[in-house]
Design a protein around this ligand. Structure first.
Ligand code: NAD
Length: 478
């Protein structure tokens, strides 16, 4: 299979002005999946013009939330009707295991659309009668939204941005990661077929700052930038957006702590901690990549955890029996392995895994490292691979101190049967999300985002409404 992927501008497929293309390949076997239009500044310009005129003159921002609700639900229906095709495209493009694409990423894409369509149609509004005064808030759409997404959950994260942006009446330009353009391109076609008006969603493909992404972050006709990706890129985007004061929502990297107390139910803590680091082939922003275990249970926990890690089936992500697929690309495999070599230089012991598996794909085995301190580089920096660093602790205070002693603050995992402790720790944890005795469960009404180097701003429910609208106070004397 090789698909010809073009930009989507003003409701029509478009080649790049330059005529240049790049390839997207299957990280499992290296086969060519698609030839993709390589966008440059002129393509960004066209996409911004299209989104701008759809916002300034088109029907979308002028529809009632109920009318948009109907169309966004039709788009969600189209995603569900084409679930199998989208799941296989996602798995081939990203290496994500097919069970995750089928049962998590693609269904969540439809859910994101339905949730924000419903939310925008039903969200309450405040009004304050006060004598002969009546004050209330309006939430008009912000305008043109740039959405820039990463490769690790391509369509799910793109829809996490597009669904609220569109539901609140904005028009958008999506720039998917160059490693994984396939599902975004197919989604664009499905959205148009389902009735999304032309120009409301534009998609441009290509690379970072000097190419197509640059103008999408510097152009004053863009009203909001929503970005998910690495902290280094997030900083560049904030700098690019600053001269225009364009608001940026930035969901960035992580190095989350996963804390297991000696009162934890290990039948829950072991499998959830395995998911906590190895789900998504280890390439998850909120992976619990620092595993803090209370000293008394360390030997038993480590034996069970390492055995479970070794049992994970590594292989072809298209096979439903596979539990760990390949990493995204050669450069990333080299980075992940570089960190494992660094861990050994820092004095760590590799308990299992520790070397690329070879072959055509970028497979790396589940790897567990012990013997390192919380301030080693291995334990401080985001590796974004299937590599767990295990660190013992003695007391609750020490566990919290270690968890919070990191520049990132995206999430935290906690395993304990003490309800008091769970509440105490959640209140003091430097983390945007805390999961207690579970992992990856998301209620879309709650804020999502990170502290410190993990980001700026929150999205989800009313937090998305505040970001994607321009709240306006109105006061009438009656
Ligand atoms: P990345 O920062 O390299 O790229 C992300 C996107 O930004 C891509 O589309 C890329 O083309 C684009 N980009 C690159 N340079 C740019 C520039 N100067 N201006 C505008 N756009 C630019 O990140 P990645 O490697 O694709 O993704 C992995 C990272 O994403 C990890 O750090 C991970 O933790 C993070 N992530 C965070 C979350 C979250 O919700 N906090 C979720 C998933 C991934």
């Amino acid at each position: 299979m090789s698909i010809d992927i073009r930009h989507l501008i003003g409701g029509h497929p478009a080649e790049s002005f330059s005529g240049e293309t790049f390839e997207t390949r299957d990280p499992h076997d290296g086969s060519l999946l698609g030839t993709v239009a390589r966008g440059g500044p002129a393509d960004a310009e066209r996409a911004i013009e299209s989104a701008r005129s759809a916002f300034d003159e088109g029907p979308w921002p002028r529809m009632s939330p109920k009318e948009r609700h109907k169309i966004l639900h039709a788009v969600a229906d189209a995603v569900e009707d084409n679930l199998e095709e989208l799941a296989m495209l996602e798995t081939r493009d990203s290496g994500k295991i097919i069970t995750q694409s089928r049962h998590a990423d693609i269904p969540r894409t439809a859910h994101n659309l339905r949730f924000f369509a419903d939310y925008a149609a039903m969200a309450g509004n405040e009004a304050y009668p006060d004598g002969d005064l009546l004050s209330y808030t309006l939430y008009p759409p912000a305008g043109v939204v740039t959405a820039i997404s990463p490769w690790n959950a391509p369509l799910m994260l793109a829809s996490w941005k597009l669904a609220p942006a569109l539901a609140f009446g904005n028009t958008a330009i999506l720039k998917p990661a160059p490693q994984t353009p396939l599902t975004a391109a197919r989604f664009g076609e499905l959205a148009l077929e389902a009735g999304l008006p032309e120009g409301v969603l534009n998609i441009v493909h290509g690379f970072g700052g000097d190419e197509v992404a640059g103008p999408l972050t510097t152009d004053p006709r863009v009203d909001r930038i929503t970005f998910t990706g690495s902290t280094a890129t997030g900083v560049r985007i904030l700098q690019a957006a600053a001269p225009n004061l364009t608001p940026v929502s930035a969901e960035l990297g992580g190095k989350s702590a996963n804390i297991v107390f000696d009162d934890a139910d290990l039948d829950v803590a072991v499998p959830e901690s395995i998911r906590g680091i190895f789900a998504g082939n280890g390439q998850m922003c909120f992976a619990g990549s620092r595993l803090l275990v209370q000293r008394g249970i360390l030997p038993e926990f480590l034996t069970r955890f390492t055995e479970a890690a070794e049992k994970l089936v590594v292989g072809d992500p298209k096979d439903p029996a596979t539990e760990l697929g390949p990493l995204i690309e050669r450069r990333h495999l080299d980075k992940v392995h570089g960190y494992v070599e660094l861990a050994q230089r820092e004095g760590g012991t590799v308990l299992t895994g520790g070397a690329p598996l070879g072959g055509a794909g970028f497979h790396y085995p589940p790897t567990v490292i012990s013997g390192l301190g919380n301030d080693s580089r291995t334990a401080r920096e985001e590796i974004f691979g299937p590599v767990e660093t295990v660190i013992p602790f003695d007391t609750e205070d020490e566990a919290l101190r270690l968890a919070n002693a990191n520049p990132y603050g995206l999430s935290g995992l906690l395993f304990t049967t003490s309800l008091d402790r769970a509440h105490r720790m959640a209140a003091r944890w430097k983390a945007g999300t805390v999961w207690v005795n579970c992992y990856l469960v998301r209620d879309l009404r709650l804020p999502f985002g990170g502290e410190g180097s993990s980001g700026l701003g929150r999205e989800g429910g009313r937090f998305s409404r505040e970001f994607f609208t321009e709240p306006r106070a109105v006061t009438l004397r009656l």
